[in-house]
Design a protein around this ligand. Sequence first.
Ligand code: HEM
Length: 96
Amino acid sequence: VNALSSPDAAVPGDPEAITHEELARHDSAESCWKAIHGTVYDVTGFIADHPTPAAVMLEWCGRDASEAWDNKRPGRPHSSFAEGMLERFRIGRLVD
Ligand code: HEM
């Protein structure tokens, strides 16, 4: 089994691979990582700029935030403008 045949498996030495365990360590304002649809983002530097009280962002640090991202308010996804901002925070992809 290699990285090509099993894209979601943790490959030793793959700098892109971030486990749930590692993600969970970054659960605070000091270091806030979020997984959104399989990609991991370090949004620490954006917490203060997010257009809500910080608590809205902080609740999802260290977790899979896909549902929250797709429902910033119930049934309301983030805008394509917000979507476009995500890429600059990308640090890797979530693996088992
Ligand atoms: C994952 C947890 C997140 C939650 C629960 C959340 C929630 C919200 C809420 C409640 C609003 C304001 C109300 C509204 O526009 O309807 C908002 C707006 C916004 N958020 Fe988030 N947000 C999250 C993550 C992020 C991240 C990581 C980014 C960075 C790319 C981001 C970028 C924005 C932007 C640019 C807006 C302005 C409105 C828009 O463009 O959609 N948010 N978010």
